[in-house]
Design a protein around this ligand. Structure first.
Ligand code: ADP
Length: 278
């Protein structure tokens, strides 16, 4: 147990890590599936995958929450066109996520900021505290899916989430380019070291479909993500093409209007993994 600390004449007894974990786990007790979406590199489409999957699941009738722990570069609110603010519930003092439709809710640092261009200039401990608050102090309620979007890499945010939500299943998003795959290998090594449960890889920007004949053009080559997945004994769960419609809708903040979904296998893999764990 951590020792009591004297602060300005008041004695405060800090929560132990174990107590904190219990509070976080208790707050998520009505969340069926937790999916942590990671990538090695930025710009590979991790947030697009998170939001596209969330919107698809919500359209299928599931209750979905998105927890955006990309504190320095939150893009989920932009992708969803969400300008709402988090509010505090007067009764229990918990944070109420921003509603992004009937079945989709969101917590992102951006939903606390008046000035959306303001930089978050925080060191590790402050980031850890904020993320723990997002897990323990938010009224997530009964959710079928909680999707957690993260910054690229393997830093404080990732360690904090996997510590706070040890039963989260992980997917790693990559493009077929070697520069992305090199960082994916690091992300997979990190997940192995922390003994996280990894569902598999998602390859984004795999190909472009020729608008005239429909032929798939593999701009960045074929088979490299499959090879990376095989080397780690993981499945390549989905391959998403480069789609101008997706790019335009994300720029307009209307990703939920996107009709193409290549991500059903991710939801299936999650369902199967949870069944195995039961
Ligand atoms: P990350 O979260 O990995 O940084 P984002 O999801 O923010 O990446 O995507 C970066 C940009 O790439 C966004 O503007 C998004 O619209 C675009 N993008 C992502 N995936 C695709 C795709 N499959 N087709 C077209 N544009 C895409």
């Amino acid at each position: 147990m951590a020792s009591c600390s004297e602060q300005q004449g008041q004695t405060t007894i800090p929560m132990t890590a174990a107590m904190q974990r219990k509070v976080m786990s208790e707050n998520l007790k009505d969340v069926r599936h937790k999916l942590f979406v990671m990538s090695g590199k930025g710009g590979v489409g991790k947030s697009s995958v998170t939001v596209n999957l969330a919107a698809t699941l919500a359209a299928q009738g599931f209750n979905v929450g998105i927890l955006d722990v990309d504190l320095h570069g939150p893009s989920v609110p932009h992708l969803l066109g969400s300008h709402g603010f988090v509010r505090v519930d007067n009764e229990d003092g918990k944070l109420v996520p921003v509603s992004c439709g009937e079945r989709l809710s969101l917590i992102s640092i951006e939903s606390f900021l008046e000035d959306k261009d303001a930089a978050i200039i925080w060191r590790g401990p402050k980031k850890v505290g904020a993320i723990q608050q997002f897990v323990a102090g938010v009224k997530w309620g009964a959710l079928d899916y909680l999707l957690i979007d993260s910054p690229p890499g393997t830093g404080d945010e990732h360690m904090t989430i996997l510590d706070a939500i040890p039963d989260a299943k992980c997917v790693v998003v990559t493009t077929p380019q070697e520069i992305s795959l090199a960082d994916v290998r690091k992300a997979l090594d990190f997940l192995k070291v922390v003994k996280a449960d990894v569902l598999g890889l998602v390859e984004n920007m795999s190909y472009v479909s020729c608008p005239d004949c429909g032929r798939k053009i593999y701009l960045f080559g074929e088979g490299k993500s499959e090879e990376a997945a095989r080397r780690h004994s993981l499945p390549l769960l989905a391959q998403m093409p480069i789609d101008p419609a997706l790019a335009a809708l994300t720029d307009d903040g209307r990703i939920e209007d996107f009709s193409g979904s290549w991500l059903d296998p991710v939801a299936d893999a999650l369902e199967k993994a949870e069944k195995r764990a039961d």
